[in-house]
Design a protein around this ligand. Structure first.
Ligand code: BDP
Length: 677
């Protein structure tokens, strides 16, 4: 029967396999009756999540018989599992029902990538306890920095109407080990905490629970004032504390396994404890106290900066490090990977490793706000790993960001990792088919940060497209090259934040706005002038280098030892400075921009050659996005080089492609972002 099916598939023209990407990496084929009979899936426990594990294997697992066993005494497994061969069977053991579900997806993944499970003997324990997506979804259905259509959450239809998409979302997350989600934007509307909305949130939590996913909410710090009618939201005021205690109580009545709050406070105009002369710790602790009886967690963001004279890169450290040791044990400080924002490349944020007595977690951005939206193919695992593997030297060698955030500090019982989602209601979920790989990679790294970017890409390709070597290898290579390519054509050598104002899509190194905040203006970051370019963060400049531990401080602070890929982040460098290549800085900049463009042209060739391996729709959609990416890369290159040339006053090396745009023309481009969302 299977053979026949296989033969038939060879005869069916490829176009008939309409695939729109909606299945993500979950393209398992149902097993036929004959196989199902041959291999039983045994499970003794009567638990909803465990039953789901059995159901997934019953439907899709074509290997040997499996016994699913729950052994709550093997606590070291946490949400993980063991899979072992026992005679002709596979024996799966987990301490928690969700561990069985994760094991089921592990087996299915092995099946899809064609791995041999004959002698399987594995034990998997997740690196982080809370593996959480942050949705920046607004209650009106829009998504801040979302490029895959409107929000998945249909607030107007909830709680009565439950979209089938909710369960598919939960399943996709569970298949990669994600166990938590923040439903709403960090720029939070207080409305989310009203009784009406809590009913809606409960409806979602009820769907997600059977996939082991807990719901969290972004809380607006002014909620007591706005919703409760209190005079203010001062965290030290009795009435304010009482309001939160009652609110938390109400939430847990609806959602007994509610995870907790994510809070953006005193940042970019959001309210917070500083409005009342209180500290971040005062604010976070008040919420933590309210959540504590229920085991809830506060994720308090360190993304704070004000339009002062101080270098923006230094501000999170300045505000948070003095508060080390002052946070409750159920507070985790959520820190963006870079000190500025989610740029194509930044050093890691020095707050990591500078607060020994405080639990810390990373916030990554999967949605490509600063990386070409859902138009550019950029595989983010290398970017995520660059931060996780970054050596902070805070507790001697080996104190990587991963090590710091996977260890508990300040009495915390939970470790966590988060990322801002790129998911919307588009059929493909993520707008670009390759955007799915970034969701996938985040989940896999949150489970095991030591997986390599290559291996994750391979797994994803095999499951999402095909495992054929002739397809898998070039696509993996393209993915692996894509992050450096985007750095090259947008912001090489440590340049950062030279995006067009507000929408962050195209280049605007000339960007300026009368009366606008300097720390939102590109010139603030690139500082190009006739002497050179770059942000001086050394001792003679803002001295942001001093926030890094030795030997990093010296390495970054010294022009000759600073890694070239961060050079203009830490130094203002003369145009004629000799780079490692022997070229002048100006020439090197030109070469990097040019190299970025060339890379993307290679991606086009790679993809076009692989047409016969991909279904028509996804082939064409990716092909068309690669065209946009190439045009954008040329746009970036021309805009930046023509603009910086005004200061450098040197020719673009003659062996390189010449600009095809006029600078004045490029300056006139104004994007209507409605078409880009
Ligand atoms: C910036 C985004 C803005 C977010 C902010 C944040 O442009 O939309 O609200 O980060 O993370 O990068 O709070």
């Amino acid at each position: 029967m299977r053979k026949l099916f296989f033969l038939l598939t060879l005869l069916i023209p490829r176009a008939l396999y309409a695939a729109d990407g909606s299945e993500l990496w979950l393209r398992y084929k149902p097993v036929d009756a004959e196989v199902a009979q041959r291999r039983t899936i045994r499970l003794q426990v009567n638990n909803e999540i465990a039953q789901l594990a059995k159901k997934e294997l019953d439907s899709y697992w074509s290997g040997s018989p499996v016994e699913l066993r729950l052994d709550r005494s093997v606590k070291r497994l946490k949400e993980g599992y063991q899979i072992k061969r026992r005679g002709s069977d596979l024996l799966v053991t987990a301490a928690k029902p969700v561990g069985l579900l994760y094991a089921a997806y592990h087996l299915l993944r092995l099946q899809e990538v064609g791995a041999d499970v004959q002698n399987i003997d594995i034990e998997e324990v997740p690196d982080f306890d809370i593996r959480i997506l942050n949705h920046w979804d607004n209650l009106d259905g829009t998504v801040e920095r979302g490029y895959a259509g409107y929000s998945l959450w249909k607030w107007d239809d909830l709680p009565k109407k439950i979209s089938p998409r909710y369960e598919r979302y939960a399943r996709a997350n569970a298949s990669i080990g994600i166990n938590a989600t923040v439903l709403n934007n960090v720029n939070a509307s207080p409305q989310i905490l009203t009784p009406d909305y809590l009913e809606k949130v409960k409806a979602l939590a009820d769907v997600f629970r059977k996939y082991g996913i807990r719901v969290y909410l972004s809380a607006n710090f002014s909620s007591p004032k706005v919703l409760g009618g209190l005079a203010d939201s001062d965290p030290l005021r009795k009435e304010v504390k009482a309001w939160w205690i009652a609110k938390v109580d109400e939430i847990y009545k609806h959602i007994p396994d509610f995870g907790g709050f994510l809070v953006k406070a005193n940042s970019e105009g959001q309210p917070g404890p500083q409005d009342y002369g209180r500290t971040h710790a005062d604010g976070a602790n008040m919420l933590a106290d309210a959540l504590k009886p229920y085991g809830g967690t506060v994720m308090w963001r360190a993304f704070v900066y004000n339009p002062t004279q101080e270098d923006r890169a230094k501000q999170a450290y300045q505000e948070f490090v003095p508060l080390d040791g002052k946070f409750r044990e159920n507070v985790i400080i959520q820190i963006k990977n870079g000190p500025i924002d989610f740029q194509p490349r930044e050093p890691f944020t020095p707050v990591f490793g500078a607060m020994d007595k405080t639990q810390q977690m990373v916030e990554f951005q999967i949605t490509q706000e600063y990386l070409g939206f859902s138009n550019h193919l950029v595989y983010l695992a290398p970017l995520f790993k660059e931060t996780l593997d970054a050596e902070t030297f805070s507790r001697g060698p080996g104190s990587t960001v991963a090590r710091i955030t996977t260890s508990s500090a300040g009495g915390s019982k939970k470790t966590a990792i988060s990322a801002v989602s790129n998911i919307g209601e588009d059929d493909s979920w993520t707008g670009h088919h390759f955007g799915q790989a970034n969701w996938y990679a985040f989940g896999r790294l949150a489970w095991n940060h030591q997986l390599t970017s290559e291996d994750i890409a391979e797994e994803w390709i095999c499951q999402t497209f095909t495992g054929a070597t002739a397809f898998r290898e070039p696509v993996r290579q393209m993915m692996m090259d894509s992050r450096e390519a985007v750095v090259d054509y947008m912001m090489p050598l440590g340049l950062h934040h030279i995006f067009a104002f507000d929408h962050h899509y195209g280049p605007e190194p000339w960007g300026d706005m009368e009366g606008g905040r300097p720390d939102w203006m590109p010139w603030y970051y690139h500082n190009a002038d006739t002497t050179g370019i770059g942000f001086n963060r050394t001792k003679s400049g803002s001295n942001a280098v001093s926030q890094y531990k030795e030997p990093l401080q010296t390495a970054y602070g010294n022009l000759t030892t600073c890694p070239e890929n961060l050079l203009l982040y830490f130094h203002h460098v003369s145009w004629s400075h000799t780079m490692k290549s022997g070229r002048s800085l100006w020439d090197e900049l030109c070469f990097r921009y040019d190299r970025g463009v060339k890379e993307v042209r290679e991606f086009q060739k790679t993809w076009d050659r692989l047409e016969s391996y991909v279904d028509q729709q996804r082939f064409e959609e990716v092909q068309s996005k690669l065209k946009i990416q190439t045009r954008d890369a040329v746009w970036w290159k021309d805009a930046c080089l023509l603009y910086f040339q005004i200061f450098a006053k040197m020719p673009i090396p003659y062996e390189l492609e010449r600009p095809i745009h006029e600078l004045d023309e490029l300056k006139k481009i104004k994007l209507d972002m409605k078409h880009h969302n």
